[in-house]
Ligand binder design. Structure first.
Ligand code: GDP
Ligand code: GDP
Length: 454
C-alpha cells in the first residue's frame, strides 16, 4: 500500500545512484484527423476520449506519463490542435518539427484509408532530416479488408507500416512493442550529468523579454566558443561565461525564433518551453512587471515545478515601474506568488541591464538547494522533534505514527516518509514547510511521498 503525496513535483524514476532518470520521449505526429488523439487516448488508457469537436480548442498539456510492458515513457501529444485551413501544410510541418525536436522516437500516424498525401511526404522529409527512430502507424485499419491499404504505406520509405485501429484497439499492442524497441531507455534530452557546465533555461510567455535578456547576457559576457571537455555541443544551446563560470543557455534558438501570433501559437510556445525546461537544470521564469500575472505565466511556473527543476523568478521590465507604485506592486507580487515563496525573486530590466547581474547568485542558490542532501540522521532528528511538538491530528481515534524518513534523491530533493497510516495532505504540507524553514531549499521544488507500513 502506497500513498504518494507529491508536493510541487511529480514522481521521478531514479537510476542506481538515486539520480532522477529522464524518461524517454515518444511523440505522436501526423496530419489532422488521422487519429492521433484517438491513439493517444488508447495508449494512456483513457476511457473517455478527449477528442475535441470544437475548433480552436487548445489544450494546456502536451506531454503525459505513459507506460507499456513495464516501461515508463513520456508521451507527447500533438493531436487536437486546430490548424488553419489556409497554410495547413506549413502549420502541420511546424508542429511536427517542434514535436520531433522534443522526441527520442516518433510515432508517425498516417490514415491508411486515405493513403500518403503531400503533407505526409513533407513530414517524412522532416523525420529523415532528424535521424530519429520512427515507427509508422497505418491507422483506421478497422478490419482485414483495409490491410492492403496499410501495405501501400511501405512507399513512404519509413519501413514497415503497422496496421492499427486506434478506434477499436486493433494492432495497438504490436505498434507499442515496435515503439518500445525504437525508444532508448533514457531520454537524450535529459538532465545533464554532474560535471559539465550547468544548464539554464530562460522561459516565459511571449513578449516578457526573453530574447532581450538573452541578447543582454550574450552581449555583455564572454561567449565560450571552445568545446568544454566532456560536453557535447547542441547547436541550439550557447555556452556563456558569467562571473568566471561557464553556463549552458539551452534552446537559445527557440528563444530567438518568433512564434507566429496565429491559432495554436500558445501550443508551440508551450512545447518549446517544455523542451527547454526538460533540457535544463534550472529555469529562470521571466514575468512582465508592467502587467498583471496571467494564467500563462503561472502555467510556465507549474511546468518547471512539475519537471522538478530548480526555479528563479525574474520580474522583468522593472524600468517601467513607477517609483511610487513599487511598494504596492511588491505586495501584489507576494500575494500572487504565495505558493512559491520558496523561489528566489529578482527584479531586473533586460532593456537597461539593471540588476541582471543578480541573476547568477539567484541561479547558484537555487541549484545548490536542488543538489542538497539532508543526512538521514539529521532528517529523522528533525522529524522526531516536529512530531513530538505537533503530532498528526487524531482521526477516528487513530493517529498515524511516523516511523522513519529518508531523502531518496537530490536534483530535486525527494523525501520518503514511512508511516503507520495515511498522512493528511495538510499535515504533509506542514512537514514540507518546516523542512524548508529548517534546511532552506530556496529555489527548488521538493517532493514528499509517504509509504504506509503496518
Ligand atoms: P487527430 O486530429 O489526428 O488527433 O485525429 P482524431 O483522433 O481527432 O481523429 C479524427 C477522426 O478519425 C475522429 O472522428 C476519430 O473517431 C476517427 N478515427 C480515429 N481513429 C480511427 C480508426 O482507427 N478507425 C476509424 N474508422 N476512425 C478513426
Ligand atoms: P520575448 O518574446 O519573451 O523574447 O520578448 P522580447 O525580448 O522580444 O521583448 C518583447 C518586448 O518587450 C520588446 O518590445 C522589448 O523591447 C520589450 N522589453 C524587453 N525587456 C524589456 C525591459 O526590461 N524593459 C522594457 N521597457 N521593455 C522591455
Amino acid at each position: 500500500e502506497e500513498d504518494v503525496a507529491l508536493l510541487g513535483g511529480e514522481g521521478l524514476e531514479l537510476d542506481e545512484d538515486g539520480q532522477p532518470l529522464a524518461l524517454p520521449v515518444l511523440a505522436v505526429v501526423g496530419r489532422p484527423n488521422v487519429g492521433k488523439s484517438t491513439l493517444v487516448n488508447r495508449i494512456l488508457g483513457r476511457r473517455e476520449a478527449v477528442v475535441e469537436d470544437k475548433p480552436g480548442v487548445t489544450r494546456d498539456r502536451v506531454s503525459y506519463p505513459a507506460e507499456w510492458a513495464g516501461r515508463r515513457f513520456t508521451l507527447v501529444d500533438t493531436g487536437g490542435w486546430e490548424v488553419d485551413v489556409a497554410g495547413i501544410e506549413a502549420r502541420v510541418a511546424e508542429q511536427a518539427e517542434v514535436a520531433i525536436s522534443l522526441a527520442d522516437a516518433v510515432l508517425f500516424v498516417v490514415d491508411a484509408t486515405v493513403g500518403p498525401t503531400a503533407t505526409d511526404e513533407r513530414v517524412v522529409r522532416l523525420l529523415r532530416k532528424s535521424g530519429k527512430p520512427v515507427v509508422l502507424c497505418a491507422n483506421k485499419v478497422d478490419g482485414p479488408r483495409v490491410e492492403a491499404d496499410a501495405a501501400e504505406l511501405w512507399s513512404l520509405g519509413l519501413g514497415e507500416p503497422h496496421p492499427v485501429s486506434a478506434l477499436h484497439g486493433r494492432g495497438t499492442g504490436d505498434l507499442l512493442d515496435a515503439a518500445m524497441a525504437a525508444l532508448p531507455t533514457e531520454s537524450q534530452h535529459g538532465v545533464a550529468r554532474p560535471g559539465g557546465p550547468r544548464r539554464v533555461a530562460l522561459v516565459g510567455r511571449p513578449n516578457v523579454g526573453k530574447s532581450s535578456l538573452l541578447n543582454k547576457v550574450l552581449g555583455t559576457n564572454r561567449v565560450v566558443v571552445d568545446d568544454v571537455a566532456g560536453t557535447t555541443r547542441d547547436p541550439v544551446d550557447e555556452l556563456v561565461e558569467l562571473k568566471g563560470v561557464p553556463y549552458w543557455f539551452v534552446d537559445t534558438a527557440g528563444i530567438r525564433r518568433r512564434v507566429h501570433q496565429t491559432s495554436g501559437a500558445d501550443f508551440y510556445a508551450s512545447l518549446r518551453t517544455q523542451a527547454a525546461i526538460e533540457k535544463a537544470e534550472v529555469a529562470v521564469v521571466l514575468l512582465d512587471a508592467s502587467n498583471p500575472l496571467t494564467e500563462q505565466d503561472t502555467r510556465v511556473i507549474q511546468q518547471v515545478i512539475d519537471a522538478g527543476r530548480a526555479l528563479v523568478i525574474a520580474y522583468n521590465k522593472w524600468d517601467l515601474m513607477d517609483e511610487d507604485r513599487r511598494p504596492y506592486l511588491e505586495r501584489e507580487i507576494e500575494k500572487e506568488l504565495v505558493q512559491i515563496q520558496w523561489a528566489p525573486r529578482v527584479n531586473i530590466s533586460a532593456r537597461t541591464g539593471w540588476h541582471t547581474d543578480r541573476l547568477v547568485p539567484a541561479i547558484t542558490r537555487s541549484l545548490d538547494s536542488w543538489d542538497t542532501r539532508v543526512p538521514t540522521g539529521r532528517l529523522n532528528a528533525f522529524l522526531g522533534e516536529l512530531v513530538a511538538a505537533h503530532p498528526h491530528p487524531l482521526r477516528g481515534g487513530k493517529q498515524p505514527r511516523i516511523l522513519f524518513a529518508t531523502q531518496a534523491s537530490t536534483r530535486p530533493p525527494r523525501f520518503v516518509i514511512f508511516a503507520s497510516g495515511f498522512l493528511e495532505a495538510g499535515y504533509r504540507r506542514f512537514i514540507e514547510r518546516r523542512l524548508r524553514e529548517t534546511f532552506g531549499f530556496e529555489g527548488t521544488p521538493i517532493s514528499i511521498s509517504v509509504r504506509v507500513r503496518e
